[in-house]
Design a protein around this ligand. Sequence first.
Ligand code: BG6
Ligand code: MG
Length: 215
Amino acid sequence: MKIKAVIFDLDGVLLETDRYHYLAWKRVLEGYGKEFSEEDNELIKGVARSKSLEILLEMKGLRMSEVEKISVLRKKNNWYLEYAMLIDEEDVLPGVREFLELLKSYGLKTGIASTSDNSYVILELTGLMKYFDVLIDGYRVKEPKPNPEVYLVGASELKVKPEECAVFEDSRAGVLAAKRAGMKVIAVSDKPIAEADKRIDSLEGLDISILNFEA
Ligand code: BG6
Ligand code: MG
């Protein structure tokens, strides 16, 4: 099956905004006297905000009332935006724009599938929005990754079949979501993600052959 569309996760694939999510959660946990390592962070990478909090409470043995959870989630997002608002075009990761231009020169469709409610603002700040035919973000789906919904909606809006899509993802939750949608997945990660079809360190220097997959 020939690839007709390429769908990208945003945080950690096109930008290092995954770092800002990590720093904001770290600040939350430090407020409760808990440490939060990069290793801990792997378990919530790509996971929706409220689900991430549930995982962290369990991981750190903390309890919170529903009202406190709402307040913590708001605080986490404000801190995230405090860091993220400083980004601009220069923060787009190496090779990203070149690869997006290459895809367009081959007539491939492109989309973003992100769990983040902040995707639009990040794409605007970095000038990346113009490269994408569709944006499916946290506001557009009921079930976050690892549910396949965000990728299935992406394929449907791009008017291609899921099996005609290749996906770039940095988190295990995201890789699982795209595989469950029936897509080919390239992990952008320095650690292997078993369910992915391929793995790369970054988008720098990629050529179109990255979209060749055995049947
Ligand atoms: C994903 C990030 O893209 O979006 C997660 O990898 C984050 O870390 C999730 O929790 C939700 O994002 P937001 O911006 O709506 O809190
Ligand atoms: Mg990601």
